[in-house]
Structure formats: structure tokens, C-alpha cells
Design a protein around this ligand. Structure first.
Ligand code: ARG
Length: 459
């Protein structure tokens, strides 16, 4: 029996029913629908709308369903129910008959589905926080292992200045820390119960909506019933948090793919996380990281789809809103899986220290040091920049690195240059100089790691 048959003389066409039904994807809301229903039955009793015995009967039947659902996380066999709310009601009627039909007094599927989805989102966002923390922990170990391993740093994908691999990893730690705070902010904002908003205009039941909200673990009850049933900002917020998080994972993945390439060779992956080619026997491919990068588009696509679904939607509930679920569920599961894969993959990455140090030295990546050296001799920075450029060309013409130029060559361009220039051009020296907070000097990276470890312990 459908929830709304009385007004109709014909059943729904099978074609339409198949199109309209959502049970196949909203069954995952079952635990939350049961939780909301238990709280609602309690509120109905307090309002004098059902008796203590009826509430008792409902509580027991709902608890039995909670157990049944816990044992069957996947949709059980075939059911004719339209959605999770109809499914729960049908199960209850089967168990306890007439009393079950009283549960829907004063409520609507509109306030119920909004409540269920918020409960689901709150729990899932917490899983995402935990998964981010685990990934951060592994990035921190990597950073610690490689806190003084030199690596070429790039801008415009041209060698720019040497960095250490630990500094590279700590950049992603910063990003993931922001992702954690974004998720927590999302949880804080979605912590509002729409239950008791009715279909759109509020409920006739004399219930204490704030007490009901607290009973469900929400901080607040929604202020306006029209908004309560039609607000899906929390879905957008969570999809945005997921998209931004995935953007970070995709950038990390791209860096790893590049550093593992034959052209760079600064990183290598263990066999455990690489795949081969069916044709080319020599290949070792970074599929794991390519999937992290690739799945980002899918998550961002779900965010965009939801924005478009909500744009221009009139108040209050419209069936368009049923489209909030599949994309959200897929985006959140994808994001969670990617975070778990990242945490798994980081310990399988290795920096090829000697090779990376050689790579870091190429491309005149110590030219900034030479300019700074000239500044220390009293040359204005703009002129120092120009003179260094001339010296780079001179070295290039002779096929040499800057530090391989003869002193006469240096002095030919600027007579202030002396023998002490060679110490300045040492790559190590350049690294050590960048010791102000946030810089790549191993001493600064050490401090950054310590800060992040303290943050993680408190998180
Ligand atoms: N399955 C529906 C959804 O997910 C539940 C709400 C249905 N409400 C209604 N008035 N048809 O949005």
C-alpha cells in the first residue's frame, strides 16, 4: 500500500513508479529514519497524541527494526515501498498493525527526509574528518623521514629553487588541515533539526521542537518551517568541502605522478601501489594517483549538479530535491575512499635522495642566491637580478653551472664578486637561509612538523 492511495482510483503506472521510487538508493538512510521516528513517537506521546502504551509499542517495534537494518546494510530483497519512509512504515504495520499507522501524525516525509539526511551527513562528515587525520598522520611521517632530503621546487613547472621533500609534504598537511576545519564548520552549520516543520507550514502537534532536536543530538531546531523542509545548503556545503578536499588530493597526486616520471625520477613507488602495462613490459604506472586525480572531476561534478538542481527552485518541497541523494552519497564515498587510499599510498613512496639532490641543482636553481649575494655587497636588488641573469647566460653558453664559472668570469660581469661567492652557491647554503617561519630550511620544516603534530594530538 502506498502512503497516499486514498485520493486515487488507479495505481501508479509501473513505469512511473520505477522512475519515482527512491528506496533503492535511500535505504542507507534507514538507521537515521528509525532514530528520527523513535524521537518523534516520544514527542507524540508527550503531546498527548498517542498513549504511553502505544509509544512503548512503537519504540519496541522500531528498536527491532534498528537491529534488522544493522544486520542488513544493503536493501533487503524486493520491496514495493516508494522510499525509506514508506518502507519503515510498511515494516511497522506488518509488525504491530494499527498503532504503526499513528506514527505519521503531525509529521511529513518532507521534514522527515530533511532530518534523516542531516543525521546522515553529520555522521559521514565525522568519518571524513577521521580519514583526513589519518592521511595527515602519514604525510607527517613522510615529512619527518625526508625533512632534509633535497628536491627541485618548481614554478611554471620550470625548476625554481631547491626545497626539501619534507617541506613539500607539509604543504599538503596545511591543505588537509584546512579540509578538516571546513568539514567541522560544515558539521556545525548543519547541526539543526527540521523535524516538526510538517509538510511546509509547521506541525499541528503540540511538541517542544527544541527538546526534540536535542533528543536527536542536534544543537538547534530550525527557525522557519518553509526553510526547514527545503534547505539543502548543508548538502552544498558538504559537497563543497568534498570538492575542495579532492582538489587538494588531485594536486598532490599530480605532483607525485610528475616526481615519479622518467623525466623527474625524484620519487619512486613501491610495487604494491603501481601497475604495469599489458604491452610494454618495462612500464610501472602510477594508476593509484591518477585515480585520485581522476575521481576529483566526478566529485566536483556532483557539487555542480546539486547547485543547478537547487537554483530557482520554488518554496517549499519539490520532488527535484530527491535528486540530492545519489550524487551526495557517491561524492562522499568517493572522497572517503580516496583519503583512505592516500593514507595507504604515502608510506609506499620513496624519495630518491641522491638523484633528487642532483636534479635540484640543475636549471640554475641557485641563481636567487647569487642575486642575494650581490645585494649583500651593496648592489640594489634590481641590478643584482640583471647581473645574475647575465651570468646565467654566460654559464649556459659554456655548458656550466653557476658554481663552475671561473672567478674571472664572475668579476668580468661584476667586480664586487669574490671567492666567497662559491659558498653562497652551495645548494645546502640556500636551503639553510630560508629559515624564517614557513620556509624550506630543514630547521624551519622541523618546527612546522612539530606544530602539526601538536595540532594532530589535539584534533
Ligand atoms: N523520497 C523523497 C525524497 O527523497 C521523500 C520526500 C517525499 N515527499 C513528498 N512530498 N513526495 O525527497
Amino acid at each position: 500500500m502506498s502512503l497516499w492511495g486514498g485520493r486515487f482510483s488507479e495505481p501508479s503506472a509501473a513505469e512511473f513508479k520505477q522512475f519515482n521510487d527512491s528506496l533503492r538508493f535511500d535505504y542507507v538512510l534507514a538507521p537515521f529514519d528509525l532514530q528520527a521516528s523513535k524521537a518523534w513517537a516520544g514527542a507524540l506521546q508527550q503531546a498527548g497524541l498517542i498513549s504511553t502504551e502505544e509509544n512503548q509499542q512503537l519504540q519496541e517495534a522500531l528498536s527491532a527494526l534498528v537491529k534488522q537494518v544493522a544486520k542488513q546494510p544493503e536493501l533487503p530483497l524486493q520491496s514495493n515501498a516508494e522510499d525509506i519512509h514508506s518502507w519503515v512504515e510498511a515494516q511497522l504495520i506488518e509488525q504491530i498493525g494499527a498503532t504503526a499507522k499513528k506514527l505519521h501524525t503531525g509529521r511529513s516525509r518532507n521534514d522527515l527526509v530533511a532530518t534523516d539526511l542531516r543525521l546522515f551527513c553529520k555522521q559521514f562528515a565525522q568519518h571524513l574528518v577521521t580519514a583526513n587525520l589519518a592521511a595527515i598522520e602519514n604525510l607527517l611521517s613522510f615529512a619527518q623521514t625526508y625533512q632534509d632530503a633535497m628536491l627541485p621546487g618548481y614554478t611554471h613547472l620550470q625548476r625554481a629553487q631547491p626545497i626539501v621533500a619534507g617541506h613539500w609534504a607539509m604543504a599538503y598537511v596545511s591543505m588537509l588541515q584546512r579540509d578538516v576545519s571546513r568539514l567541522r564548520e560544515t558539521i556545525r552549520r548543519l547541526d539543526v533539526s527540521p523535524l516538526g516543520s510538517g509538510a511546509l507550514a509547521g506541525t499541528t502537534a503540540a511538541i517542544d521542537r527544541e527538546a526534540l532536536a536535542h533528543e536527536l543530538g542536534f544543537r538547534y531546531a530550525s527557525e522557519n518551517s518553509l526553510d526547514g523542509v527545503s534547505d539543502r545548503d548543508f548538502v552544498l556545503d558538504l559537497l563543497n568541502a568534498a570538492s575542495t578536499g579532492m582538489i587538494h588530493l588531485s594536486r598532490l597526486a599530480e605532483d607525485v605522478i610528475f616526481y615519479c616520471s622518467g623525466e623527474s625520477g625524484c620519487f619512486s613507488m613501491s610495487d604494491k601501489i603501481s601497475s604495469g602495462s599489458s604491452l610494454m613490459p618495462q612500464k610501472k604506472n602510477p594508476d593509484l594517483f591518477e585515480l585520485l586525480r581522476g575521481k576529483t572531476g566526478r566529485v566536483m561534478g556532483h557539487q555542480h549538479a546539486m547547485q543547478i538542481t537547487l537554483k530557482g527552485l520554488p518554496l517549499a518541497y519539490n520532488k527535484d530535491m530527491q535528486e540530492d541523494k545519489e550524487g551526495l552519497f557517491d561524492a562522499l564515498h568517493t572522497y572517503l575512499q580516496c583519503l583512505q587510499m592516500l593514507a595507504f599510498a604515502i608510506p609506499e613512496l620513496k624519495v630518491n635522495k641522491d638523484h633528487a639532490a642532483l636534479q635540484a641543482a640543475l636549471g640554475y636553481s641557485n641563481a636567487t642566491e647569487l642575486a642575494d649575494y650581490l645585494v649583500s655587497k651593496g648592489v640594489p636588488f634590481r641590478d643584482a637580478h640583471h647581473l645574475t641573469g647575465e651570468l646565467v647566460v654566460k654559464a649556459q653558453q659554456q655548458g656550466l653551472a653557476l658554481e663552475q664559472l671561473a672567478l674571472e668570469d664572475f668579476q668580468h660581469v661584476c667586480e664586487l664578486i669574490d671567492n666567497d661567492v662559491y659558498a653562497t652557491l652551495d645548494l645546502e647554503y640556500g636551503l639553510q637561509q630560508r629559515k624564517a617561519m614557513g620556509g624550506t630550511a630543514p630547521s624551519a620544516v622541523k618546527v612546522a612538523i612539530k606544530h602539526a603534530q601538536d595540532w594532530l594530538h589535539a584534533a
